[in-house]
Design a protein around this ligand. Structure first.
Ligand code: MG
Length: 270
């Protein structure tokens, strides 16, 4: 059919195609609000934490290792009565449903929605946690829950831990945050009267506050420097959703602004 088109028409077509290169060809993606952009950036991490059999197994594995380490440490000489210290969030209780709700509704963490979640007292125990802490209690250990939940979350936190079957859930053993996220003083309170046989957490800071420093190679040299102590006394559990590791790279989610992770990745690309 082209053979019937006059030469002048070809010229017009050529000009028309030439002009089109000046206008956008690709369809623009819908504009998301900054909060929604930030929520989307966390989606794969949240799916991994909430849904994967891999994380499910990592928790089981962590608490299996905890039993081995606890037995070894209880066999070491000690004079004070033994204790185990655990963090709460993403260590013994699973808050990934809160993060899933955030991602699904295009919002990010806020203290208000977080407290609405904890007030429900409906978080499930993480795999292996109840079994391990009851095992430790059976071996004569006091169990201390040192958490950066705030003191006004104490009531529902106690109810939630008790309903999931955790041992020693009372105001003496559940120690929440009094102003500072640094747990050093709270750990020292327990260490004053107990031999701390094991700690478990989803953050290295659940073991030692010095791990807040991520200035050199994301803090990995500090891990190497304390490796023997970590191996003996700390069980590291996975949290792909939030933490000091992420704050150090892209700022706290509380700041509510979208993070250019592309720029972060380019800086670290080879
Ligand atoms: Mg935690």
């Amino acid at each position: 059919m082209h053979k019937h088109i006059q030469p002048g028409v070809f010229l017009l077509l050529f000009l028309a195609i030439g002009c089109r290169t000046q206008s956008p060809v690709a369809t623009q993606l819908p504009q998301l609000s900054p909060a929604a952009q930030l929520a989307q950036q966390n989606v794969d991490a949240t799916i991994y934490q909430n849904m994967s059999a891999e994380v499910y197994r990592l928790f089981q594995q962590g608490y299996e290792l905890a039993k081995i380490r606890l037995d070894a440490n209880l066999a070491r000489p000690h004079t004070l009565p033994p204790a185990v210290i655990v963090d709460i969030d993403e260590t013994v209780l699973d808050n990934s449903p809160y993060q899933v709700t955030n991602a699904a509704s295009g919002r990010t963490y806020s203290p208000e929605t977080w407290k609405q979640w904890t007030a429900k007292a409906s978080a499930k125990a993480l795999p292996g946690a109840v079994e391990f802490l009851n095992y430790a209690a059976g071996k004569g250990c006091a169990i201390y829950y040192i958490s950066n939940r705030e003191t006004d979350e104490l009531g529902p936190t106690l109810r939630n831990l008790a309903s999931e079957g955790f041992p020693m859930v009372d105001t003496a053993h559940v120690i929440l945050m009094h102003g500072t996220s640094d747990k050093t003083t709270r750990r020292a309170q327990v260490a004053a009267t107990h031999y701390i046989a094991l700690l478990a957490g989803d953050q290295l800071r659940d073991f030692d506050e010095s791990f807040k420093n991520r200035s050199v190679d994301h803090g990995k040299p500090l891990v190497d420097a304390q490796r023997d102590t970590l191996e003996r006394y700390f069980i590291m559990l996975p949290n792909s959703m939030y933490g000091t590791w992420l704050d150090a790279v892209s700022g706290k989610p509380l700041e509510g602004k979208p993070v250019n992770k592309g720029a972060v990745l380019k800086k670290n690309a080879n």
